[in-house]
Design a protein around this ligand. Structure first.
Ligand code: GLN
Length: 463
């Protein structure tokens, strides 16, 4: 079993393990497994040698992290899974990286991902698909697939990913680990390659809710380099009695029968332990995915404009382009993959003068309604409990030619991003050896209650 951060720290304190031993054992696991899973895009072989002192008072001392390849680690390549950034080297540390380093973590490498975090299977990576460690024919989920595999397959204690529409929670569900997306504005995005800026949040992958909470505390907080960040976390609610809401809309359409059964069983288990469960309604649920698609693509099209091959990364061969316009077209034409191009085209359309009101503005209005649904729900309950994904991990190649089917993977996760809410995936059962995940969602800045509830559920489901 892969040790948790807590267990590693205990073992180091008892002198059963040194931090460099821990790194060496993860490195050998990576060597043994990466050929099969393709989880890691780069491995920091020298990581063990960089441990100079062991400061046991630090919250992350002794822990070994893998980092999604859209988060900058100074002096290391940062590809975002794209050919256009294949040779790009990060000139500084992202704030989250500074923070985990300061708090004692060691970084062991960068993980595979869908290009620029666009995808649900890690098949859109320019560096080949990653594979689910529970069954190598299946996808690990995405876009942070490599990070989820790293934790599930014993390559690191924990990982950092990014979640724009579900890219932490969905791969966590498919790989059977804990994955958490914080409240929008609690974790800095400085040094994180943007996808859709009003949704993007960095969060932890871990083996337990306790570890995820330790990491969240280490990475959150106001950062002058990200103007939406704040220190405002509500710590005023006692968490001994938790009321759980189950949104009925999540169980009607688009969910596989076997997933539904596992989740319903998990819900009855917590009810049997005396936790109050109430059925609630989120009437705008069916609009969440189309609303996300429109706003996300609009923001993607704006964010992707900076990748022209001039400022960062790839440059085409000399003399291929006669004009600057040709150079942009060549760089972007050769450097970007299909899914990224599709979204740039869609987003450019939804932001265009003639269609802006019909699509972008309308979607923003629906976004407010979706947030209002959530506010109403959190007047009745403390947390929501839902499935994380509508299906089990699917076969590699099964959905890659059908972007709409692929996008349906996110149907239960995008709402938390649209409303800026914190949400966490935790494993709650298995079907034919493949993990099933449940999602817990809380109100904005209610991380405390989110973790408290998730710890309770985790304990009940493990019994
Ligand atoms: N799978 C979703 C998408 O393709 C979410 C991506 C993400 O969260 N980065 O947009």
């Amino acid at each position: 079993m892969n040790p948790t951060i807590k267990e590693t720290q205990e073992r180091i304190k008892k002198r059963e393990l040194t931090p460099s031993d821990a790194v060496y054992s993860f490195l050998s696991r990576i060597r043994a497994r990466n050929m099969e899973t393709n989880a890691m895009l780069s491995v920091f072989e020298k990581a063990a040698g960089e441990i100079t002192e062991i400061r046991r008072e630090l919250p992350l001392f002794g822990s070994v992290f893998a980092i999604k390849d859209n988060i900058l680690v100074k002096g290391e390549k940062c590809t975002a899974g794209s050919k256009i950034l294949e040779h790009y080297v990060a000139p500084f540390d992202a704030t989250v990286i500074e923070k985990i380093k300061e708090k004692g973590a060691v970084i062991i490498g960068k993980t595979n991902m869908d290009e620029f975090a666009m995808g649900s299977s890690t098949e859109n990576s320019a560096f080949g698909p990653a594979r689910n460690p529970h069954n190598l024919k299946k996808v690990p989920g995405g876009s942070s697939g490599g990070a989820a595999i790293g934790v599930a397959d014993g390559m690191c204690n924990a990982a950092l990913g990014s979640d724009t529409g579900g890219s932490i929670r969905q791969p966590a569900a498919f790989c059977g680990v804990v994955g958490m997306k914080p409240t929008y504005g609690t974790v800095s995005r400085s040094g994180v390659i943007s996808m859709a800026s009003s949704f993007d949040q960095v969060g932890p992958f871990a083996q337990t809710v306790e570890d995820a909470e330790i990491i969240f505390e280490a990475i959150s907080g106001r950062d002058i380099k990200d103007s939406v960040t704040t220190d405002f976390l509500r710590k005023n609610r006692k968490s001994d009695k938790i009321r759980v809401g189950v949104p009925k809309e999540y169980f009607v359409k688009g969910i596989d029968q076997d997933i539904k059964e596992v989740i319903e069983k998990a819900i009855s288990k917590i009810e049997r332990k005396g936790i109050e469960v109430i059925e609630i309604s989120l009437p705008h649920t069916e609009y969440a995915l189309p609303t996300y698609e429109i706003i996300m693509a609009s923001e993607v099209s704006a964010n992707m404009a900076r990748f022209d091959g001039m400022r960062y990364g790839m440059k085409i061969e000399k003399d291929v382009a006669k004009t600057i316009q040709d150079a942009y077209l060549e760089n972007r034409g050769q450097g970007l993959g299909k899914e990224v191009k599709r979204r740039i085209i869609l987003g450019t359309y939804t932001l265009s003068a003639g269609y802006y009101d019909a699509y972008y503005v309308k979607a923003q209005r629906v976004r407010s309604l979706i947030y209002k649904d959530m506010q109403d729900a959190f007047r009745q309950v403390d947390v929501l409990l839902t499935p994380t994904t509508p299906t089990l991990p699917f076969n590699i190649g099964e959905k890659i030619k059908d972007p709409l089917a692929m996008h349906l993977s996110d149907v239960f996760t995008v709402t938390a991003n649209l409303a800026g809410l914190p949400a966490i995936n935790l494993p709650c059962g298995k079907i034919k050896g493949l993990p099933v995940g449940a999602q817990v969602i809380a109100g904005r800045f209610r991380e405390e209650i989110l973790f408290a509830a998730a710890k309770k559920f985790e304990k009940i489901w493990q019994e």
